[in-house]
Design a protein around this ligand. Structure first.
Ligand code: ARG
Length: 460
């Protein structure tokens, strides 16, 4: 009969089917590094309170270091009868140290251990993803000075609405990614709390010092209630929700650039190295990477309801259901990291098709709102100005011309407040130049935004 850590009360060996069904080593071996760090801190705490001698602690810490190296070199074989990463590490320790190794699990259980590991893992991922988000913001901000003269149509309902500087688009993405970064930092407050020493669910009668192990692992606080701690996976749901918004922002950007890359839009050329061809149509250049960024966002978003469904209705405290949390967590992290890594060089390397953009910039009455606002400045009530310009647009459509092509007489026939300075607001260039409110897409407000971003990202 295999010597299970929990085998004391059992008369029969575990069925092979059960071993296969319950193991998690096939996916949680990824937690090896944080598991060992957590165990070393736990051992040091046990020594600090006298539950281990200093010599025993030293042996455990050293042996864990060598187990870490073996794991990294792939030299520690996976044995499904050892269930998970926690038992693999502990059994390797006991193999090396015998009774001293058998002391490590004093005052803790796998329930607080797995929570510790997951919190350390998520904390590290937050740092990594934050840096990747910053890198993507940098890609947008770094190309902005060179793109500052480019004006593009901006859309609502995917219909041409008003012109803006293209940099207004770049900085709009930066804002979204900034909120994503802030959300991660907010989530970190609830991740960065030590569960270690909550033991199985009720704490322990042993004189452990949870604040000491928390300090050693650089957590900010210690969880207050062992029942809550043992059952809590809120921090994973929150983290996945933050990742889902990152995925949503990436997906929206990808969709936009897929459109911009099309012949119909012709706004953007993606770098050759980041596009793919067709096996049958020789002329094709496809934005497969962007499509996959859009497509992969689905898995990240699906992780949120998956974990909510997992925890819904579980009685306190730990239940084995919780072992399933890792699959969605790891997959979402890997997906978001991969998308962010590949997005940066695409943003940096894409070329604006300025001639093609320019050639159709006077289509779609992008200056209609500017004309309406001109009339408002001339004293026309807003609703009347709106109606007047609507009538002028209809007239242009009849005549197949632009607002700027109408004569002063035609303009004045619809509204006598029009003066000849009206031609200073008509046309896309004038319309974008007129945008001046805080946060708008005109030159000065965009330059102001850009300066703020350059300072924020330490570029100036
Ligand atoms: N592999 C388990 C998990 O990932 C570790 C905790 C097991 N605890 C237990 N009481 N069986 O959740």
């Amino acid at each position: 009969m295999a010597a299970k850590a929990w085998g004391g009360r059992f008369q029969q060996p575990t069925d092979e089917l059960v071993e296969k069904f319950t193991e998690s080593i096939s996916f949680d071996s990824r937690l090896a590094e944080v598991d060992i760090r957590g165990s070393q801190a736990h051992a040091r705490m046990l020594a600090a309170v006298g539950l281990l001698s200093d010599e025993e602690c030293r042996q455990i810490v050293d042996a864990l270091d060598s187990i870490r190296r073996e794991l990294a070199d792939g030299k520690l074989p996976q044995r499904i009868e050892l269930e998970d990463i926690h038992m693999h590490v502990e059994s390797a320790l006991i193999e090396r140290l015998g009774d001293v190794g058998r002391k490590l699990h004093t005052g803790r259980s796998r329930n607080d251990q797995v929570s510790t590991d997951l919190r350390l893992f998520v904390r590290a991922q937050i740092e990594k993803i934050d840096a990747l988000l910053e890198g993507l913001q940098l890609a947008f901000v770094e190309r902005s000075p060179a793109d500052l003269d480019v004006v593009v149509p901006a859309y609502t309902h995917l219909q041409r609405a008003q012109p803006v500087l293209v940099v207004h688009y770049w900085l709009a993405y930066c804002e979204k990614f900034q909120r994503d970064r802030e959300r991660l930092q907010d989530c970190l407050k609830r991740v960065n709390i030590s569960p270690l020493g909550s033991a199985a669910l009720a704490g322990t009668s042993l004189p452990i010092d949870r604040h000491e192990s928390s300090r050693l692992l650089e957590f900010c606080e210690v969880t207050a209630n062992s029942l809550d701690t043992s059952s809590d996976r809120d921090f994973i749901v929150e983290f996945l929700a933050a990742l889902s918004l990152i995925a949503a922002h990436l997906s929206g950007w990808a969709e936009e650039w897929i459109l911009w890359f099309s012949t119909e839009f012709g706004f953007l050329k993606l770098p050759d190295a980041f596009t793919t061809g067709s096996s049958i149509m020789p002329q094709k250049r496809n934005p497969d990477v962007l499509e996959l960024i859009r497509g992969k966002s689905a898995r990240v978003m699906a992780a949120v309801p998956q974990i909510l469904t997992l925890i819904k209705g579980l009685p306190m405290a730990y239940n084995r259901d919780l072992q399933e949390d890792k699959l969605a967590l790891f997959d979402s992290v890997d997906t978001v990291v991969a998308c962010l890594e590949i997005a940066r060089p695409i943003v940096a390397g894409a070329e604006l098709q300025t001639e093609s953009i320019q050639s159709r910039l006077e289509e779609g009455f992008l200056d209609a709102t500017a004309l309406m606002e001109y009339l408002i400045k001339q004293g026309v009530p807003m609703r009347s100005a709106h109606e007047t310009v609507g009538g002028l647009v209809a007239l242009c459509e009849q005549k197949d011309c632009r607002l700027a092509d109408l004569t002063l007489e035609e303009l004045r026939a619809k509204c006598e407040q029009v003066d000849d300075d009206v031609f200073g607001v008509l046309g896309t260039k004038n319309a974008v130049a007129a945008l001046c409110s805080y946060g708008s897409g005109g030159r000065e407000p965009v330059q102001h935004q850009l300066k703020t971003w350059q300072e924020r990202l330490n570029l100036s």
